[in-house]
Design a protein around this ligand. Structure first.
Ligand code: HEM
Length: 282
């Protein structure tokens, strides 16, 4: 078994444990920091190992469950020399989106990889900074710091999202992604993420702190949806929907970000608003 994949599985198991612990404690900071740490390590891997090797590693995470109990299915495909995975010859079939993903970047123009670096590099920075922003909200002595970090984050988000929009525009002929449905889905995902951020910025420009906070919490939810929920959904739906090519990936593309916003809204109403009511009553 490739050690890196084993390490990821162990880290994910620890993370589930942290989720249970956080639920009992009523504070999710430890869970969020650990998840952000795994995300950052995975994404930094692209800059250290290059795009094709990192994609092969990413596909290797999915190979295990997608191959469980089957030797072939409509949503599984093989790739030349089995180069699109870190598993050697252990798995000869891979999620078909993964085979297309590897091929797009291993055999595609350099500009495509540059766009991916721009997308994942900028979004990784935003993902980290948004937690700093949540922890140090823009009151009193943190006001100036919060304002500067907010501007830096918004600029990075803009670059990262534009790169994603351009990458997605090239999906029309990638059948195992779902073709044009993938393009429109990723654009919808961009709208969910960027739209929440823009609403938050507009609110604070109007001096509306309450709505600024509400929209930025939704933005954080959309980002978690676009990154972690997407990848976890794909992990679960891959084997479940393997009888239909591109069904799993399209479900993740279309539903992960709005689901993230819904969860953030739920948490905001239940946890944060609830705590404020208790604090005011005390
Ligand atoms: C605005 C929401 C997002 C959109 C529309 C989006 C879109 C995309 C697209 C189109 C690709 C390339 C697929 C291809 O062209 O073959 C991609 C890959 C990737 N994106 Fe995003 N993305 C979003 C959010 C994020 C976030 C928040 C992060 C990181 C914090 C992220 C990190 C990555 C990474 C690392 C990859 C490479 C696959 C992997 O190793 O996970 N994306 N994304």
């Amino acid at each position: 078994m490739p050690l890196g994949i084993l390490a990821i599985y162990v880290a994910l198991a620890v993370w589930v444990g942290l989720l249970v612990y956080s639920y009992r404690q009523g504070s999710y900071w430890l869970f969020a920091i650990f998840g952000t740490g795994i995300m950052a390590l995975l994404n930094i891997g692209y800059f250290v190992n290059g795009v094709p090797d990192s994609i092969a590693f990413f596909i290797g995470i999915y190979d295990v469950l997608d191959n469980l109990g089957t030797t072939g299915a409509p949503a599984l495909a093989s790739c030349p020399d089995n180069a699109c995975t870190v598993w050697g010859d252990r798995y000869m079939n891979h999620p078909s989106w993964g085979v297309a993903f590897y091929d797009r970047f291993a055999n595609g123009p350099d500009l495509r990889s540059t766009l991916l670096y721009g997308h994942l590099g900028m979004n990784t920075i935003v993902f980290v900074l948004m937690h700093v922003q949540l922890a140090r909200q823009g009151f009193a002595e943190h006001k100036q710091f919060h304002r500067i970090l907010g501007r830096v984050s918004f600029a990075c988000l803009t670059v990262g999202t534009v790169c994603a929009i351009v990458l997605a525009a090239q999906h029309g002929n990638v059948e195992s992604y779902g073709g044009s449905l993938s393009t429109y889905g990723f654009w919808f995902m961009s709208l969910c993420v960027y739209g929440c951020a823009v609403m938050g910025v507009v609110a604070i420009k109007n001096g509306d702190h309450v709505n600024h906070r509400i929209w930025m919490i939704r933005f954080v939810g959309a980002m978690w949806g676009a990154y972690w929920l997407f990848r976890i959904m794909l992990f679960v739906l891959g084997p479940l929907l393997r009888s239909w090519d591109s069904a799993a990936i399209l479900s993740c593309i279309w539903f992960s970000a709005p689901l993230g916003i819904l969860i953030a809204e739920f948490v905001r109403r239940k946890l944060i608003v609830g705590r404020e009511v208790v604090a005011q009553a005390a």
